[in-house]
Design a protein around this ligand. Sequence first.
Ligand code: FES
Length: 96
Amino acid sequence: MKKFSKVSILVCTHVHMGKHNKSCGRDASLDLFEKLKHQVVEQELDISVREQACFGRCEEAVVARIYPNKEYYMQLTESSLSELVDKAKKCLEIKD
Ligand code: FES
């Protein structure tokens, strides 16, 4: 039987249509999403990484959220991915 991860990182990849609408999908969130998955796999972490549609915090793109503690992480960049992974790892320690 499949055991589900206790910790998840959701990354917004949503794109709002319209010239003046800021959205995570316009800020290369798909690329960040793939790089985040790579880091989690490389470190063999029991963390689920999933795409999420808009969190309603579009002005702070790219937005991610860690569950189960529901902590937001805003303005995600390639250089801050490892910080996001470290926060998720701390959740793993709490849950074990
Ligand atoms: S588009 Fe990402 S939070 Fe709205």
